[in-house]
Each structure stands twice: as structure tokens, then as C-alpha cells.
Ligand binder design. Sequence first.
Ligand SMILES: Cc1cc2nc3c(=O)[nH]c(=O)nc-3n(C[C@H](O)[C@H](O)[C@H](O)COP(=O)(O)OP(=O)(O)OC[C@H]3O[C@@H](n4cnc5c(N)ncnc54)[C@H](O)[C@@H]3O)c2cc1C
Length: 390
Amino acid sequence: MMAKRSPKTDPDPRAEWDIVVVGAGPAGAVLALQTAREGARVLLVDRHRFPRDKVCGCCLSARTVARLERLDLGAAVERIGAPALHRIRLGGWHRAVELPMPGGLSVSRRALDAALVEAAVGAGARFLPGHSAVVGAIHNGARIVELRSSGSRQRIAAAVVVDASGLGSCLVDESDPARSRAGRIGCSAMLPGRADDYSPGTIYMAVGRAGYVGLVRLEEGGLNVAAALEPASVRSTGPGAMVEEVLREAGFAPPVGLGAADWSGTRALWQAPRRRAAERIFAVGDAAGYVEPFTGEGIGWAIHSSMLLAPISLRAVEKWSPRLASAWNTTYRAELGRSQRVCRGVSWLLRRPFAARCALRILERRPGLSRPIIRRLHGSGFTEEGIAWP
Ligand SMILES: Cc1cc2nc3c(=O)[nH]c(=O)nc-3n(C[C@H](O)[C@H](O)[C@H](O)COP(=O)(O)OP(=O)(O)OC[C@H]3O[C@@H](n4cnc5c(N)ncnc54)[C@H](O)[C@@H]3O)c2cc1C
């Protein structure tokens, strides 16, 4: 454990900022929050103006909710009024099984990300929305960052830069060719709150040949629809038609308003950077590595990785050493590698219809078998007495 850094002591005199965090998603906001709480001069930059939407399934696992509480963010999240999650209904090929999954929340990214940024600002970080950051070279013992906003450019210096820019960009090593490969793409849409088959408290997950679709009710009654789909199918028919096909294949009714939905998308849902750190720069959250989101852990990984990186980045502010870059790579692999491998394994299974159908059939007969998997992926939502299994 690193000793707590006293507020504003010994900042690198050549850098205007101790830490510039690029990207104000959960990873960036939590890193900014934690390091600002320790007295660092932190600038949090995002290219979007907030609040903003983000392609996501919007489910927080029990483990993630517990982590937010540990960060003293429980009240901030509670104020959003997000519905508690109790179960998952998993369907595919006209089979469906309902499994308990207690302790999580379904919350819009618009509200969650804004609340986390507000907490970071409350802890002393400065937030600069509407600016795109480009990371430059080392100059005089600091990283140069160029901030671009509608025609204007400004160069600033930081003792440390944290790349929390999410899926699809690599600020640690722009020349890394092994960062992403073809794979499913993500898309999501918000449907207005109407009475239909989809009630709050349940994650509806449909699996089909073209991918999978998750539906969940959010804080103001809207229904969030998120999917990981084969890009070729999306290109030929559009996301709405593909989502409807996967839902019908799974035996789920298409929700009201699906035909008129306004879709947003992502690039390929896979990213494996060769390096997660270089001199005075660290990657965190999706920017540090991404696997398909079937198990709904991306926000949790983003927050967890920031909690792990915060003390390392504070040490780097005080004195840069290449050993800190290796420490981050090792810590990341040790703490997140295993759950990302499990998630990758589940995605692999889902791409094989025969195996996926067999798995569903087994769960239909013996739902209790999923309990250790859910506990492992989702965290501590089960009570001491446990949940009454169907
Ligand atoms: C279809 C789908 C469903 C998902 N469902 C779930 C789910 O149910 N539960 C779950 O936990 N996870 C889910 N995920 C994963 C989750 O969305 C991500 O893992 C999570 O958002 C990662 O957080 P982050 O902070 O690393 O990145 P992001 O949330 O992507 O934030 C990155 C930020 O960086 C900003 N940015 C990027 N480049 C720059 C730049 N150059 N300068 C300034 N700003 C920049 C962006 O504007 C953005 O605000 C899902 C993902 C997809 C695609």
C-alpha cells in the first residue's frame, strides 16, 4: 500500500497539472475523484458536453454497487433513483430461464456518468467538457497534451496523463497495430416508458445467431435496449431489424417503439493494447482492454481498474519510474485478467448455437447450477440465507 500523499505537496514544478485524465466515463471520473481526494491537481477532459448518452446495457453488478459505496458514492448513485435489479431472464431458441441476480442496479449512463463527474469536481478536480485531447511527447519531464475545441488548440503539460478514453482509441501508443480486430459491434437505443412485457428489476437477455440483446428499465421508466451484433447483419438490415430478429428467435416480444428507435453504435467490441503504460501515461478502463460485454462487467472493470491505478499514478506524479509502468501492467493482468477471460469464454460459447442451446437446456432443468457463476461474475448480491431457487 502506498502512503497517503499530503495535499498538494511536491508537485512537479514543470507541469501545470499533476494528472490530466482523458475521458470522463466511469474510469476517468473515478480516477479523477480518487487522486483529487489525495490533493493532486487534476484536470478531467472529455470531448463531449455532459450529460451525454453512451452505448451501454446500463446494468451495474452487485460488486460494482459495493465498490461505489466503498468510494462514498452510494448516496450520489441512490439520488438517481435507479431501479434495483433482482433477476435475469435469459432466452434463446425459444427457451428461457429466469435466474436470481440480486444486488445490482439499472441506471442510465447519462445520469451515472454525470453523477460521477460531479463527485470528482466536488473532490477538487477541474472538469473541461467539449475538448478533445491529443497526447504528445515528453518535454521537460512532463507529458504535453493538446486540447482541441471547435477550432481552438491549447497545449498543457502534465506530470502524468491517464488514458480513460474508452473503446477505440489508444493514447498510450498511437502506432499499436494489434489494438482491435473485427468482431461484433455494439448498439443501443432508449425506448419511451410504456407498459409492455418488460418490467423493472429484471435484465432481459436474448441470444440468437446474429448476436445478443439486453433490455432493462431505467430510472425514469424508459427501456434501454443494448446489443452486440454481427456487423455484416447490421449493415444489411439496420440494428432495429436485427434486434427484433434476435428477440423473436429467443421468444421475446419486440418492445413498443422498437421500430422507431434512434440507434447509436460502437466499433468492434474487442481491444487488446500491446502496452497499458508508457512514460508518464497509463491506460485504464476500456482503453486498457476490452472484451464483449455479455456479462455486464465493463463499468465494474472501469471503476476497479481506476481504484487500482490511482495510487500508482500518484506515485508517478511524485517521481516517474519505468517500474511504475510494469507495476501497472502486472496489477492489471492479475486483478482483471481472470474475469475478462471468463467473459471471453462466455462470448465464445454464445457464438456456438449448439453449445449455447445445450447450456440453456441444462440451466432450464438445473437453474441452481448458474449460482456460482453468477456469484463469481456479479458479486455479493446473495444474502447469508441465500435466494430461494426455483
Ligand atoms: C452494447 C454494450 C452493452 C454494455 N452493457 C454493459 C452493462 O450492462 N454493464 C456494464 O458494466 N458494462 C456494459 N458495457 C461496457 C461499458 O459500457 C464500458 O465498459 C464502460 O463504459 C467503460 O468505461 P470507460 O470509462 O473506460 O469508458 P467510456 O465510458 O467509454 O468513457 C470514455 C470517455 O472518453 C471520452 N473520450 C474519448 N476520447 C477522448 C479524447 N481524445 N479526448 C477527450 N475525451 C475523450 C468519451 O467521450 C467518453 O466520455 C456495455 C458496452 C456495450 C458496447
